[in-house]
Write a protein that binds this ligand. Sequence first.
Ligand code: NAD
Length: 498
Amino acid sequence: MNTIGHFIGGKTVAGTSGRFSDVYEPMTGEVQAKVTLASKAELRAAVENAKAAQPAWGATNPQRRARVMMKFLDLLNKEYDSLAELLAREHGKTIPDAKGDIQRGLEVVEFACGIPHLMKGEYTEGAGPSIDVYSMRQPLGVVAGITPFNFPAMIPLWKCAPAIACGNAFILKPSERDPSVPMRIAELFLEAGLPAGILNVVNGDKEAVDAILDDPDIKAVGFVGSSPIAEYIYGRAASTGKRVQCFGGAKNHMIIMPDADMDQAVDALIGAGYGSAGERCMAVSVAVPVGKATADRLMDKLIPRVEGLKIGPSTDLTADYGPLVSKAHLEKVKDYIDLGVREGAKLAVDGRGFTMQGYENGFYLGGCLFDDVTPDMRIYKEEIFGPVLSVVRAKDYAEALRLPTEHEYGNGVAIFTRDGDAARDFAARVEVGMVGINVPIPVPIAYYTFGGWKRSGFGDLNQHGPDSIRFYTKTKTVTSRWPSGVKEGAEFSIPTMG
Ligand code: NAD
């Protein structure tokens, strides 16, 4: 049995805590490895290593840091196929989808290659008499990222690439459910020329996380995962004086206006609702057709498409989606479907009975579709994170706008329409962080920023794009005057430049 340790100080090290967690192969249901769960002392050792390595890396000029990013990109591209397979086998998503996971992370590495430009400060000559003012961005020191299971390449890269490019040392605590790709990322960074100790991967569970939150030498924590944990991390890390950004769960709505191209809308719903077995924070989990006629047309087209979904093992290149990540998660999703039935929603397609021939122990679930879901139901309020789409029928546009706006989550939302006026009004008024207009999964490109509102995001700076540079650097502003020989005497009121 393969045992996965940690990556500390530029090498793989075995764990010493004596605690382990099983890593499954979801498509077969078998345990394929054990991952070590770090103790507080092991986390501390990684921080010591990072702290010793960081000053020299922070003082390395940004162009040289960018070159490491470029070389790393090269290596990522060379390893694309093997990384995708490794990812798919631990997570469960299909190999083509795993490639998308890597690609979205890689694009943030491309963004980080621009670090010489991104870290430039500001300068004002003559801000006052003989006074020049300039600001500079400096790395924070040692920073940490705690990431979820569902994007084991993309989210670690969203966190570590900008942080490292800014001159920080990074402690990554990936999900204990699929730790192998993060470990491989650390090895590739080393091969690309990143000094030992700048990127450390500490595998673990709550014990390692709490050690990060309480460590006095970790200056910032970036988290992605479920909202209750996000909220916990936000509070605890902030109380020890760290910068914190925490991204949480989601319930993403897709509004279908009466004038929408229905075939296009159905394609979008099928892909965004069921791709990756619905285990995406930007998955569409609620469809909102506007008006009865729209809803009826939608259901007519949607039902056969959900019934026809092709579920397969992660290595089946023709499958629409693969297994869920674990048995426990599969059971949780099934419980939600039972709950929906008890709550009175109409289960138009029931995938609970699905088994995958030849892979009977894998964590598979057929596509499920609920109609007549109402906002008071728990299946509407809570994140299910599975291949389950709920249809909430809205009587008009005003109600359709109100649903995502009033939902406690506010990650992504989409509107499908041919009416520019409706789309523009929707984008301006909806209380959600990322909006798609005829785009079902509006994950912004790398040089914009990613972040949800309300209980989908805690903290004020988003991931990647310009916000990531602000998050991982501190600004120093210098007001300077070189002696000109003019002596004006002491000044006791607040200086102004007037
Ligand atoms: P999770 O909250 O269970 O775990 C996330 C991380 O927190 C993991 O590294 C885990 O080890 C750690 N953790 C878990 N329980 C903990 C505890 N009690 N104390 C301290 N640390 C703990 O999330 P998950 O199941 O891995 O990922 C799925 C969730 O992530 C979904 O809710 C999804 O919407 C969300 N997500 C959000 C975004 C976003 O950008 N908003 C992106 C991807 C996933």
